[in-house]
Design a protein around this ligand. Structure first.
Ligand SMILES: O=C(O)Cc1cc(O)ccc1O
Ligand SMILES: [Fe+2]
Length: 439
């Protein structure tokens, strides 16, 4: 990617993003990106003297000796198996940037041991000012729900809208600007591993998220003094500050496959059952952070996008279940098929390992009332998602004590009646529709 040096913004800051930002397309690709033609060292990585008098640097996302195919706040917590749900948190009145407004809901494992995850949410109303964030603990997968994020990284700039996600890998310095004012969203953080595309197995070569729809930034830098600039580093869950008088966004050219990237969820090609029964949500995994056990995710990012429901003589919403995995859910827009009310865009729920959950009473009764032979039906204008982990999360006191917690969540299932009948082997949906009170 060549750009004339005259396009380089000197001292205008990172708050001004053009509408036509360019990206590199692909997932896990090795890219080359330079703002000034010829600034990337050729033939070697550490020349004695670099082009244009630059310094050569490296950022490692895996240990130096990882196999080639893999190359690329702390808070007291409590165990709580209850079904938990939160209403959307209000945008604060006081000035709050992305870092001030990041609060942890739950997590498991440890960044010190390089195994685990944390789930955070954020609410912000102002751009980060003369500071950048750097997470030494793990990778951030950010899911904005309201308000765009303009993110400046050492690799270049990304514009991320609600409906898109962005991955900011461990160690990258970044600034979050809010071009639209207030923003709210969700963050999954993984320790000790990185997100990958799921294997497609019998699906074949295409489907779900396509590599080419992942977009990495093109190189961008600024050449200006930044007196009192602060790098806020998260290290072992605690925040540390380092002062410098220059911008960290001084990378004129870069190459490699360890990069921030974004993805537009509307590009996702979902799969679903075409005859009977409800398919497990894993079928719509966008990205997965694996453990060493095949098929067991440290954290899966799964979506519930608009799609056709066509299954015959099937209870189409999610089945009632207990899961050995733990499920944190969020809603970007619209409604969620298993909850008639109470689960709102910007809100969240947590159903931990083996905690029973499923559709609320209204959803159950409406589904049965619709009857057995419901025709094809399209779920539209919705985007829910799940962070699903094999580790058992502990919940932060903030999240448990928050006045945004929906303490009446359990009520959504209280109305479920028993329809069991000793007299009949086959209770027809009509019986339910007619209000069979036998159970
Ligand atoms: O609990 C949930 O709402 C998430 C979910 C959805 C689904 O379609 C099947 C299983 C599951 O855990
Ligand atoms: Fe579930």
């Amino acid at each position: 990617m060549e750009k004339p040096a005259t396009e380089v913004i000197k001292g205008d800051g990172w708050g001004r993003f053009p509408d036509d930002l360019e990206y590199h397309s692909g997932f896990g690709n090795h890219f080359e990106s330079e703002v000034i033609a010829g600034s990337l060292p050729r033939g070697q990585n550490s020349p004695l003297i670099c082009p244009f008098g630059l310094y050569a640097e490296q950022i490692s996302g895996t240990s130096f000796t990882s196999p080639r195919k893999l190359s690329q706040r702390r808070s007291n917590t409590v165990a709580n198996p209850t079904q938990l749900r939160w209403k959307p948190v209000d945008i604060p009145d006081s000035p709050t940037d992305f870092i001030d407004g990041l609060y942890t809901i739950c997590g498991a494992g440890s960044s010190f041991l390089r195994h685990g995850f944390a789930i955070h949410m954020y609410i912000a109303n102002k751009s980060m000012d003369n500071c950048a964030f750097c997470n030494a603990d793990g990778d951030f997968l950010v899911v904005p729900q309201q308000g765009r994020l303009w993110i400046t990284t050492e690799c270049g700039r990304l514009q991320v809208s609600p409906g898109e996600i962005v991955v900011l890998p461990q160690g990258f310095r970044f600034v979050v600007d809010l071009p639209d004012g207030p923003s709210r969203g969700y963050v999954a953080e993984v320790f000790g591993t990185h997100f990958q595309l799921p294997d497609l197995g019998p699906i074949g070569a295409n489907g779900l998220a396509a590599s080419r729809d992942f977009l990495a930034p093109t190189a961008w830098f600024e050449d200006c003094p930044r007196p009192g600039f602060t790098i806020i580093q998260k290290f072992g869950g605690e925040l540390f500050n380092a002062r410098q008088d220059f911008s960290p966004f001084n990378v004129v050219a870069w190459h490699g496959n360890y990069v921030p990237y974004k993805y537009d969820l509307s590009k996702f090609c979902p799969y679903n059952t075409v005859l009977i029964d409800h398919g497990d949500p894993s079928i719509n995994t966008v990205l997965t952070a694996p453990t060493d056990k095949p098929g067991v995710a440290l954290l899966d990012f799964v979506i519930f996008p608009p799609r056709w429901l066509v299954a015959e003589h099937t209870f189409r919403p999610p089945y009632y279940h207990r899961n050995c995995m733990s499920e944190f859910m969020g809603l970007i827009y619209g409604g969620y098929e298993a909850k008639a009310d109470g689960f709102l865009p910007g809100g969240a729920s947590l159903h931990s390992c083996m905690t029973p959950h499923g559709p609320d009473t209204k959803t159950y009764e409406a589904t049965v009332a619709r009857g057995n032979e419901a025709g094809p039906h399209k779920i539209t204008d919705t985007m829910a998602f799940m962070f699903e982990s094999c580790l058992m999360p502990r919940t932060c006191p903030w999240a448990l004590d928050s006045h945004f917690r929906d303490l009446d969540y359990y009520q959504c299932w209280i109305g479920l009646k028993s329809h069991f009948s000793h007299d009949k082997t086959d209770v027809k949906s009509n019986d339910l529709q007619n209000g069979n009170k036998s159970g």
